[in-house]
Design a protein around this ligand. Structure first.
Ligand code: HEM
Length: 154
């Protein structure tokens, strides 16, 4: 698969990943004090699968397909002074890998938590942090220099 196809999949899948994280966060808050059900387990699973897929596509872009990352690798010193190249070389990937790592840690803690209230609490804290990181590292169209469309091809 080439750059355009992988970038389009990565761009589309962001909505699935973001939607699953928002749904899990909202559910963890709403279900506070209630039972931890199959819905909670399902949402937790969906978040991990969608984020891991996004990581895979992101790594394919990062390790060869992305023209921005490839250009940055030619001269790292200059790239660090260029907001566009620095975003794709460092900021986006680091924040997203951190978010995905924290989602995994949160998932383990939810599984290990002694009771349902603690499961919801861990889910709320970790998905809340993951959500903030995703929102902060997304190339929203309104962001200057690094802004990208909301859907591929627009
Ligand atoms: C949940 C995690 C992630 C989300 C939501 C996300 C979202 C996005 C979005 C919306 C774009 C722009 C797509 C477009 O131009 O149409 C993009 C591009 C990109 N992402 Fe991610 N991303 C994630 C994880 C990652 C990770 C973990 C890496 C690297 C390890 C990565 C590397 C890249 C690269 C290299 C580009 C393309 C830069 C270029 O066009 O040259 N992404 N990502």
């Amino acid at each position: 698969m080439g750059y355009v196809t992988v970038l389009a999949l990565h761009s589309l899948l962001r909505w699935g990943a973001l939607g699953a994280v928002i749904a899990r966060f909202a559910r963890a808050l709403a279900a506070r004090g209630g039972a931890f059900t199959a819905l909670d387990r399902g949402l937790g699973f969906a978040v991990i699968i969608l984020l891991d897929l996004q990581l895979l596509l992101g790594l394919a872009l990062y390790t060869g397909l992305s023209p921005a990352v490839n250009a940055a690798k030619m001269d790292m010193g200059a790239a660090m002074k260029d907001p566009y190249l620095r975003f794709w070389m460092v900021e986006h990937g680091v924040a997203m890998v951190l978010a995905i790592g924290l989602a995994h840690v949160g998932n383990v803690l939810v599984k290990r938590a002694a009771d349902d209230a603690r499961k919801h609490k861990s889910a709320a804290i970790f998905t809340g942090i993951v959500l903030l990181l995703l929102l902060a590292a997304m190339p929203w169209p309104f962001r200057s220099v690094i802004g990208r469309p909301l859907m591929p091809g627009f």
